[in-house]
Write a protein that binds this ligand. Sequence first.
Ligand code: CDP
Ligand code: CDP
Length: 217
Amino acid sequence: MTVPLTIAIDGPAAAGKGTLAKRVASHYQLPYLDTGLLYRAVGRQVAKAGVDPDDAEAAGAVARDLDVGHLTDPTLRGHEAGELASRIAVHAPVREALVRFQRTFAASPEGAVLDGRDIGTVICPNARVKIFVTASAEVRARRRTDELVSHGRTDIDYARILAEVKSRDARDAGRTMAPLKPAEDAHLLDTSELDIASAFRAACAIVDRVLADPDRH
Ligand code: CDP
Ligand code: CDP
C-alpha cells in the first residue's frame, strides 16, 4: 500500500504559497486546497450578515454555517478580503468550525497539498512534507503591489501595502490560537531571491528527498 503524500505549505501573506502549492499539487497529481479561502469566505459572510468581526461566537456561528463546497467567487482572493479573513481567523470558534473539512480533505487516499498558516502545526501535524515559505516583508509587499497593478488597480500604493502586510503578519503570528509559525520539522524556503520557477524546483527537491528516503525529513 502506498503511503499518502500529504504536503503542508505554510507561510505569511504573499510569500508565494498559493502559486507554489498549486504547481506542486499538479506535479505530484494531488488534490489541492487553499485553506485561506475558507477564512476569506467566513470574513465575507460575516460582513454580508452585518456581524461584528470581533465577536468570536457570532463569527463562529457563521463559520459553522459556511457552504465549504462553493468557494468559487474570484473576488474572495482579493487583497481586502484577506484583511477581513485575518480578523475573524483569530477566533477559536471560527478555527474549530473549519478543522474537520480541512482534515477530511487532507485524508484523501493519495494525499493532498494544503496551504495556509497552521497546516503543518495544527491541521496536518503528521504531514509527510512540510514547507514553510517566507520572503522579506518588502519583497512580499512588492509582489502584492505588482499583482494588484497587473490586475488593473490604479489606487495601489506600495507603502500602504507594506504596512498592511506587516500588520497582517503581526496579527497572524501574535494570535493565541494556531499562530503563524513554522512546525519544528518544516523545511524553510526563503523565496526573497527566487522567482516562481526556482521556488518550485526547490520545493520539488524537498519533496523528492523525502520520497527517496522516507525515514529522513
Ligand atoms: O499565496 P500567497 O499569498 O503566499 O502568495 P501568492 O498569491 O502565491 O503569490 C503572490 C504573488 O507573488 C503572485 O503574483 C506571484 O506570481 C508572485 N511570486 C511568487 O508567487 N513567487 C515568487 N517566487 C515570486 C513571485
Ligand atoms: O494569500 P494570503 O497569504 O494573503 O492570504 P490567505 O492565505 O488567503 O489567508 C488570509 C488570512 O486567513 C490570513 O491572513 C490568516 O489570518 C487566515 N488563515 C489562517 O488563519 N489559517 C489558514 N490556514 C489560512 C488562512
